[in-house]
Ligand binder design. Structure first.
Ligand SMILES: C[S@@+](CC[C@H](N)C(=O)[O-])C[C@H]1O[C@@H](n2cnc3c(N)ncnc32)[C@H](O)[C@@H]1O
Length: 240
């Protein structure tokens, strides 16, 4: 996630090309490594995210940004069968995996920076472990504001740097060791996982994230801290 304010179109596209290429390379082993690094807790976090979503579903679809292998929509099929997911990602290989595994039913290749959808289309926009990869977070939230229906919500799960310094210190050491180790065990690219470690440091704090949401026209409803603040679920409602 970039903290630059006036990012140009060229640098945004270049950033997205790089990120998409990197995710293409790790797509096949991503799910196993994610479960390894999170010590199997990732599904529980996604479950909490779906719980937040439940009361806002209404009669409109849910847009999943950066769906990866479709882990969230697969879980929603069991836990929230009334939700109609549109699963999207910038990396074609992830879309293939999500479709072939049966994790996701309706898919499209979409960049979070330019949502190719009409205004007022969705009841909710969700993402899991995506925000810190985006070149321009405010642009993404403004696109969410435009495409959400009145009273719709964003519900975003991501890794965060904990505010409490000792936890933040041990978390950073853990990530430095666990990410390359996971990549080695599952035969993925160690370099790509070093990027993931760096990207966590690039994250906004919970306070900063909530003020960006407010700046982009949202009312923050919940900030759910998981795993001692190393993971956060942000739920915010659009003001229209
Ligand atoms: C860490 S994976 C998360 C996958 C999945 N959401 C999960 O719960 O595990 C990040 C995903 O975001 C996608 N992504 C990265 N930048 C993106 C962008 N600008 N627009 C859309 N998707 C993007 C990547 O291709 C990748 O599938």
């Amino acid at each position: 996630m970039s903290k630059l304010d006036n990012i140009t179109k060229e640098s945004r596209l270049e950033w997205e090309k790089g990120i998409s290429g990197m995710f293409q390379e790790i797509a096949d082993s991503y799910e196993k490594i994610n479960t390894f690094i999170s010590m199997g807790m990732d599904q529980g976090w996604r479950r909490s995210q779906l719980k937040r979503l439940e009361q806002y579903l209404k009669d409109a679809p849910v847009l999943d940004i950066g769906c990866g292998p479709g882990s969230l929509s697969a879980l929603a099929k069991k836990e929230l069968p009334q939700a109609r997911f549109l699963s999207t990602d910038i990396s074609p290989r992830f879309l293939e995996i999500a479709a072939n595994s049966g994790n996701a039913d309706v898919l499209a290749q979409v960049s979070a920076s330019d949502l190719p959808f009409k205004d007022d289309s969705f009841a909710a926009i969700v993402s899991a472990f995506v925000l810190r990869n985006l070149p321009d977070l405010k642009r993404f939230y403004k696109e969410c504001h435009r495409t959400l229906k009145k009273d719709g919500i964003v519900c975003m799960l991501d890794l965060t740097t904990p505010a409490f310094k000792p936890i933040s210190f041990f978390h950073s050491i853990y990530m430095k060791m666990a990410l390359p180790l996971g990549a080695k065990i599952y035969g993925s690219r160690v370099e790509a996982y070093k990027y993931l470690d760096r990207s966590i440091k690039n994250c906004y704090s919970q306070k900063e994230m909530n003020s960006i949401l407010e700046e982009c026209g949202f009312k923050v409803l919940h900030t759910d801290k998981k795993c001692m603040g190393t993971v956060t679920i942000y739920t915010a409602q659009v003001i229209k």
